[in-house]
Design a protein around this ligand. Structure first.
Ligand code: EPZ
Length: 416
């Protein structure tokens, strides 16, 4: 298993380029199931999770060719409608094949994703939505089995905002009979990216990006080409790498409007930011003040940035309360940050972080994708060496993070 060694203390300087958005590429790749024509996707990030969804599609009989950042997917000869446990257990987002499979074939058998480090990750809202559209759903031997002659449009309102739930139902609805209205829909940019690609292929969708999405079913969807939008969470992570090291970092090929909530927190903590059309410069030349953070669905502060801003708050000059409202157990990075000298108290779903003068490098263990990013960020500023173990978690969502950080002047190496 690889590990990453970081010698802290370097102020990061320079430019870093953002890759395509993982959480946009995943549903968009799954949506290729909806048509028999080829889909060609560009700016697809080279990540472990993308490899996983490629394997899921190939296990069903799709042909997926990758050439650098371009994916060509031909789902014409899809033979099976089953996403096997051994693949789904490694990535919950595999559940995104459910909606497209039922829409195209009238059936699907997808392993229940099971829990993961940040929570139980249920899919009850995905299932309830499909049932409202006329699907028969059974849970058997750890699999969700769905059958429907032809899905019918329905009025579906989610009790809680669910990103992949919204995406699954939207994909199911594009080939359903009649109109589907999704209430309390997720407004995340990734939902909009998926909708834009579906519309390009002939789908009739209105309201993506708002909490009410209206889909008029059509008979078929064509293939098409599409460029995946930049990753807003990777953008926020590198902005914080500049802030935490007191550096001067420019993040290129990003969409500033997707990361407003993080930018406003950075300006409150005393970091200077300059926003351009597709890049953001962050300059942190004085101390970091404390700020309270509460994660919320988009456009609120993203839960996927909570661990990263907590790393920044561990070296602030005050007290910060960080409240996690989306997932029930997303503080697994806290014990590891404490081993680096951070002062953090946990209470139900909030953490009280008391800034310290400096962190000290230590061997730490990554547990989930964003928790591992926060350990790397802490290592960049800690005194001495930090060893981050189990970096395969990092590889799930960050394309060659050590290369991008050393490009900014970090003293960081990856060892087998
Ligand atoms: C998406 O997960 C993202 N993943 C997550 O990113 C992100 O943290 C999350 O949205 C929230 O923004 C992808 O897009 C592939 P949810 P998702 O359904 O869709 C509950 C990362 O780091 N819920 O919006 O699985 C759920 O338990 C990953 O890239 C139900 O109760 O999240 C959670 O508490 C981690 N029943 C809340 O809703 C359901 O049927 C929001 O979950 C579905 C969800």
């Amino acid at each position: 298993m690889d590990k990453i060694l970081i010698k802290g203390g370097k102020k990061l300087k320079g430019e870093v380029e953002i890759s395509g958005a993982k959480n946009s590429a995943l549903p968009i790749i799954a949506s290729s199931i909806l048509s028999t024509e080829e889909c060609v996707l560009t700016n697809v990030p080279l990540l472990k999770d993308i490899q996983t969804i490629k394997l899921v599609l190939e296990s069903m009989g799709a042909r997926v060719r990758r050439d650098g950042y371009t994916f060509a997917i031909d789902a014409k000869d899809l033979k099976s409608c089953e996403a096997p446990y051994e693949l789904v257990k490694t990535m919950r987002a595999s559940v995104l094949v459910l909606g497209p499979l039922v829409a195209r074939f009238g059936e699907a058998r997808v392993s229940l994703p099971g829990g993961c480090a940040i929570g139980t990750r249920p899919v009850n809202l995905h299932i309830a939505g499909l049932q409202k559209m006329g699907a028969e759903v059974e849970i058997k031997h750890g699999y969700v089995e769905v059958r429907a002659k032809r899905l019918k449009g329905a009025n579906i309102s989610f009790d809680i905002s669910t990103v992949t739930g919204t995406e699954n139902i939207m994909m199911a609805a594009v080939l359903a009979e009649g109109e589907t209205v999704i209430g309390n829909a997720a407004c995340e940019p990734e939902v909009v990216d998926l909708a834009n690609f579906l519309i390009k292929r002939g789908a009739k969708i209105k309201g993506a990006g708002t909490d009410t999405i209206i889909i008029e079913g059509v008979l078929r969807l064509s293939g098409g080409t599409y460029e995946i939008m930049p990753d807003r969470i990777e953008t926020g992570t590198y902005l914080i790498s500049g802030a935490i090291t007191g550096g001067d970092v420019t993040v290129r090929r990003c969409v500033p409007s997707h990361i407003e909530a993080v930018l406003s927190k950075l300006s409150v903590v005393g970091v200077k930011t300059e926003v351009f059309s597709d890049s953001i410069r962050v300059v942190a030349d004085r101390g970091i003040s404390a700020v309270d953070v509460r994660t919320m669905p988009y456009p609120g502060f993203p839960t996927d940035m909570q661990a990263q801003i907590m790393a920044l708050m561990t070296i602030s000059n005050g007290l910060s309360v960080i409240t996690e409202t989306v997932f029930e157990n997303r503080f697994i990075h806290v014990p590891e940050l404490r081993r680096m000298g951070a002062k953090i108290k946990l209470q139900e779903n909030y953490a009280v972080v008391e800034g310290v003068k400096s962190l000290s490098g230590a061997p730490v263990m990554a547990t989930d994708l964003r928790a591992s990013a926060s350990l790397v960020l802490a290592g960049l500023v800690a005194e001495g060496q930090t060893e981050v173990h189990r970096v395969y978690h990092l590889d799930r969502g960050y394309e060659s993070m050590e290369r991008k950080l050393s490009g900014l002047g970090a003293d960081i190496v990856r060892v087998k």
